[in-house]
Design a protein around this ligand. Sequence first.
Ligand code: PGA
Length: 224
Amino acid sequence: MDGGGKNIWIIANWKSNKTIQEALDWISAVGPKLEKRENLKVVICTTFTAIEEVKKAVMVGNYPLIVGSQDLSPFPEGAYTGEEPAIILKQFAELSIIGHSERRQNFGETDEMVSKKVKQALDNQITPLVCVQGKETQVPEGVKLIAYEPIFAIGTGNPDTPENANEIAENFKEKYGIEVLYGGSVTSKNVKDFVTMDNINGVLVVGASLDPEEFVRIVQNAIR
Ligand code: PGA
């Protein structure tokens, strides 16, 4: 693997897509094609509805896939209608995306809420993956993994340049000593350009992750 044995994270986020059956079809198409490698961490972040079935399918198939959620509650368990708390999610999720720009834009998520969610994740042994939109985004204490996702690159087919993403990643790495992923219009064609950058530890992929064949190509091209 390139990059001197550094961890490579390939994280799929389905957003609000896929029925349970579609999710299971994806797992059976992708799972058997994934190589087991020590430094390769492939994660699938499902809807809350599909997460239990996906977790079971991954365990039964013994696939090298980590299951994650796309969000979690800023509160513990209790009287918080509609929220999914980390203490319940930890039955299925080992990682949770927190502070995606769509949550910040569409659901009024603030840095303070992001910090509360990170605390809930850490208290329940879920790895928080915090999305940062630029150099100025705050990274809460205890976070070890972030994804730099410039808004202009999300779902547009217009990714940031690997060089610029690498420079921003370096900035965060120096400041916080953490691993940094890149996200925004990643495909099987450009994934290698990002993961071979010194300061980039992988990618967060949405559009191109929905199709199982394209996702397998992304993983293969990243480690080739
Ligand atoms: P995209 O989305 O891969 O479809 O560009 C990225 C994201 O929202 O994280």
